[in-house]
Design a protein around this ligand. Sequence first.
Ligand code: HEM
Length: 532
Amino acid sequence: MDAEILNYISLAKGFLQRLPAYWWGIGLLALLWVARFSYSSLRGRKNLPPGPRGLPILGNVFQLPQFQWLRFTEWKEQYGPIFSLNLAGQPVVVLNSHKVTADLLDRRSNVYSDRPRFIMAGEILTGGIFIAFSGYGELWRRMRRAAHEGLNIRASETYQPLQEEESAVLVSNLLQEPDEWDDHLKRSAASTVLSAVYGLPPIASKDDPLVTRINDLMHRLVRAALPGAYLVEIFPIMLYLPSWMAKWKREGLEWHRKDSIMFEGFMDNVQKKVETGVSPACFASSLVENRKQHNLTKKEYSWLAGTMFGAGAETTAAALSVFMLAMSLYPDVMRKAQAEIDAVVGRDRLPTFQDRDNLPYIRAMVKEVLRWRPVGPLGLPRRSIKDDWYNGYFIPKGTIVIANAWAMNRDPELFPDYDEFRPERFLDATGTVDQTPPDTHGQGHVTYGFGRRICVGMNVANQALFIDIASILWAVNIEKAVDANGKLIIPSRTECVDEGLVVRPVPFKCKITARSSDVPAMLEMAKAKTSL
Ligand code: HEM
């Protein structure tokens, strides 16, 4: 046995020694259960894509560290653009190049648009009606169609006025409380998505009770989806236990009941406003108006609206903190962007969406923020729904498929200096025309995913990032902070926090100052025109 294998065995031993005695029985049963799958998956193993050697039965389970995308990117160097893993009998295929991922997830999307089964998160806590976890079936199609209708590129334009208002409030808050910049980004992103989804007035705090309740639900889902969080994921038969025998099921169903009441309550309010003709244009009002055509029950479209908020707020806020990190580390890029804004917008007003066509460098910055440090480095997993062959490799039905966005966004052939923040890579030689590599859906990165399940909120997110970045750079300078001894504090380029839903830079200090003395007054005027 080589040293690597011995190392895994000692890791596994340490893990098992920490288990209480009664877990041994359950563990043995689990082992027998997974062995069954190991056997069946190993039968086809010789044609699976190559991959790292693992332990008998347990496969590569102990080889996955916390920041899995980094290990996957190392394995890409060793095994190529498509490699496979065996997670205790569950085949997993990791895709690492644009070509391979687009070949499978875009061009064979009829095979690769399903999601893995999450019993606790996708079925019990959310009743099977949470769009992001839904299987690739009829219900998902109806929800996706309704979501697309409210969030496609044209529909998203109706949210621009409120996104402009929110950006003015954001910048004003950043200037008033610069040390709280991260909280202000979170409040602003939550507020923008909430207004777009429910037509609600802006919220005053990131700890608004409504936001906290939806975020709690999202965190509950992420925790429930973690491997090993619930035994029922290993023994699906446990799903049929009556609730009185299974505390986890009882509690899960109770959460689902409470969350459904919450989401249906929000929808009732929107419906009343629609009926009395006072509802602002928002995603939920379009669902109410077109509910018959979408063929969704009240519970289904109530959950659809609620989970839009859950999926959109934290992702957008995390992307904005990546932008703040980039500005602290790349002052030249900030100055170049500010020169463009000053030339196009001037100093007498804030940027608007009308300026978008004339601000190619800012448009390129949005792409670069999402490419440089993707807030979801591995996107959301897929599952194949039938046996498939690709370039001589066998991918059995039921394989979990992971698109390694981190590796693709750092492909050295497309982005030679991939670790640098350089928006000009998305512009032609004149600096005015957008250019993006093939198989990136015109985005320049793959952080929004692929195929039929590509992020349905990406237009709203791109708009929010554009107007927030343009307004922030119009108003303020972002620089490195100094410590008590006057020494510059250099934020870490690489350290990150994996919050489950999103991966964001570790918290860092930066210095935010107005670009000119009249900026605070102009921001106050802009803020006064909003409802905050
Ligand atoms: C920077 C911001 C965002 C990023 C990076 C992001 C990223 C993603 C990714 C990677 C997926 C999975 C795609 C796949 O499976 O290929 C996804 C799905 C989804 N996103 Fe986003 N997202 C963002 C903002 C938003 C916003 C603002 C909304 C809603 C207004 C939203 C709603 C959704 C929904 C509902 C899904 C599930 C789609 C499905 O499974 O069919 N996202 N997003």
